[in-house]
Design a protein around this ligand. Structure first.
Ligand code: SF4
Ligand code: SF4
Length: 182
């Protein structure tokens, strides 16, 4: 899933308005003196609707890539990493690697039917959506996420448990760091 914004390219990230650069999110972790568990520890009702694609086809988004993402996607395409980076990726201004975009400025892998062309190998950022730190940091950000993602509280949604959500948050935070040199 991708992260757009209303500002310059360098602030955009596919998946509804993720700003960049930003301070590291610590959603789900207790701060000093805060004994309250995160609001989502009991789980969240969610299912990704296969023909939705709303979080992928926002123009000017960014999909940050971890090293694991890059290796998996290069292998998925039967290419060497350097070859795949050259063909399907680009660097943003601070040198981090992201997926390329199509001419309409949407993700290179979003298909006409709104499905992901690399679903089985898609980046961790995409797998983690909507469980991103900035989405879950407070009620306001979560309500906004719910307005944008019809899979949240959908009648076919299933309970995503707190441990799984925590793993998504951590994986997304890791992939957002991306890398500069392969
Ligand atoms: S890689 Fe797939 S899931 Fe990720 S933004 Fe692109 S189309 Fe969406
Ligand atoms: S249901 Fe939510 S996560 Fe799935 S494609 Fe739509 S907006 Fe994205």
């Amino acid at each position: 899933m991708t992260r757009p914004s209303d500002e310059s390219e360098s602030t955009k990230k596919f998946g509804f308005g993720r700003k960049w650069p930003k301070p590291r999110q610590k959603s789900g972790r207790k701060s000093r003196g805060d004994k309250q568990p995160a609001w989502w520890t009991e789980g969240v009702m969610f299912t990704c609707l296969p023909d939705c694609g709303r979080c992928c086809d926002e123009p000017d988004g960014l999909v940050y890539l971890s090293r694991d993402d890059v290796q998996r996607l290069a292998e998925y395409h039967g290419k060497e990493v350097e070859q795949w980076l050259e063909s399907d990726c680009r660097k943003v201004h601070d040198g981090r690697w992201v997926l390329n975009s199509k001419e309409d400025r949407t993700c290179i892998y979003i298909r006409g039917d709104k499905r992901c062309d690399v679903h089985k190998a898609k980046p961790a950022q995409c797998r983690a959506y909507p469980f991103w730190g900035e989405n879950m940091k407070n009620d306001q950000s979560w309500q906004k996420t719910k307005q944008l993602c019809p899979g949240l509280d959908h009648h076919e949604a299933i309970l995503i448990d707190g441990e799984t959500i925590k793993l998504h948050l951590e994986a997304d935070a890791h992939s957002e760091q991306s890398f500069i040199d392969w």
